[in-house]
Design a protein around this ligand. Structure first.
Ligand SMILES: Cc1cc2nc3c(=O)[nH]c(=O)nc-3n(C[C@H](O)[C@H](O)[C@H](O)COP(=O)(O)O)c2cc1C
Length: 380
């Protein structure tokens, strides 16, 4: 399928969508979209999604922790990095393929785990997974998915990984991992940056809580505790998971190089540099700014992935140039899901893939291994 034809296809697939009411008046950055036109970039999906979703669902997707400084930084940091393109390189053939954990990926973009997608689209995670698989992307399914893991895995047609929140009940935790393996998930992210419920002001205002069950013990229990999140998780817990997991175990939510070093020495398969999309601890750095020190420490011993603020193909080039093997997107595919279900998810991925290819060609990097630190302007 030629993705360049998809703009027209997509416009057709959207059919009855009332663009005149959906197209938002203004965007924070970039060129303002004329009214009544389908989105031509990922950022243009955001105002459309906002119009489609009820207030609580919108805040659920968009929010960050506290003052949302980290949330904003994730974007601002990408914008601040300047590329240093090389010219006169034959870019007539572009190769975006890579191998990760003995799996062939067509391009270095995965769908990040996102809880409770039933709040965004009636088809929930299976709908998103259909879009991902149509675009050829791998989806990471959240522990807190609205749909049954097996149904999501089926819809993802073999391109599926699992994200684990360690449950207080270790039997439940082990069962979840084994269920994921049985369902065909081929890698496991253990999320470690959420030992408690974070402080998200928008959620507090709306009186909605993440999809965790609340504390069950009597007396005053701090509202940061939930049954489904375990504040006792440590490196030993990860070693225990590795002892029975048959698929590669990665750690999601690393910022400190010291923790990345520990992940290597503990034998983990990879790390995901992530601040949970700015949703958990506010005032941490943008992930793209935390990445170089992690890369320096890990020295290529295990793959490093990155998420947080990826909205453009050039963002992906920057992340790869600074040492990530692949990136994950969160909110962008949720916007696609809200706007047009599986077709919207597919379109978001297709746009990013097209932009990545264009950026690679314009940077003189016809394959991923040619995307090196040299492509980033040195004064950053
Ligand atoms: C609505 C929403 C729900 C999320 N739920 C989870 C989750 O269940 N598990 C998890 O590890 N990360 C979760 N995340 C974090 C994402 O996996 C990812 O780290 C983040 O969205 C990346 O940033 P981006 O949205 O700027 O692309 C969630 C993010 C959003 C926006």
């Amino acid at each position: 399928m030629r993705r360049r034809d998809l703009l027209t296809l997509f416009a057709g697939a959207l059919g009855p969508l009332p663009w005149s009411t959906l197209v938002a008046p203004a965007r924070a950055q970039g060129v303002q979209a004329p009214p009544n036109t389908p989105p031509v970039n990922v950022l243009e999906f955001e105002p459309l999604a906002r119009q489609r979703l009820a207030r609580a669902a919108w805040d659920y997707v968009a929010q960050g922790a506290a003052d949302e400084l980290t949330l904003r930084r994730n974007r601002e940091a990408f914008d601040a990095i300047q590329l240093k393109p090389r010219v006169l390189v034959d870019v007539s053939s572009l190769d975006t393929r890579l191998e990760l954990f003995r799996q062939r990926l067509e391009f270095p973009i995965l769908l990040a785990p996102v809880a409770a997608q039933g709040r965004i689209h009636a088809g929930a995670e299976p709908e998103a997974a259909r879009g991902a698989s149509a675009a050829g992307a791998t989806m990471v399914v959240s522990t807190f998915a609205s749909a049954k893991l097996e149904d999501v895995a089926r819809a993802a047609r073999g391109r599926v990984w699992f994200q684990l929140y360690v449950h207080r009940d270790r039997t439940v935790t082990r069962d979840l991992v084994q269920r994921a393996e049985a369902a065909g998930c081929t890698a496991l992210f253990v999320t470690v940056d959420a030992p408690v419920i974070p402080m998200r002001d928008r959620e507090k205002r709306l009186g909605v809580r993440p999809p965790y069950t609340g504390p069950s013990s009597g007396g005053r229990v701090s509202p940061i505790y939930a049954d489904a999140l375990d504040p006792t998780v440590t490196w030993e817990t990860l070693a225990w998971i590795r002892s029975f997991a048959k698929i590669p175990v990665l750690v999601k939510g690393i910022l400190a190089p010291e923790d990345a070093q520990r992940a290597v020495s503990e034998g983990l398969a990879g790390v995901l540099v992530s601040n949970h999309g700015g949703r958990n601890l506010d005032t941490t750095p943008a992930t793209i700014n935390a990445l170089p020190a992690v890369v320096e420490t890990v020295q290529g011993r295990i793959p490093i992935l990155l998420d947080g603020g990826i909205r453009r193909g050039t963002d992906i080039v920057k992340a790869l140039a600074l040492g990530a093997r692949a990136v994950l997107i969160g909110r962008p595919y949720l916007w696609g899901l809200a706007v047009d279900g599986a077709a919207g998810v597919q379109r978001v991925i297709d746009i990013l893939r097209d932009e990545l290819e264009a950026a690679m060609a314009l940077c003189g990097a016809p394959s991923l291994d040619r995307i090196t630190r040299q492509l980033v302007w040195p004064d950053r």
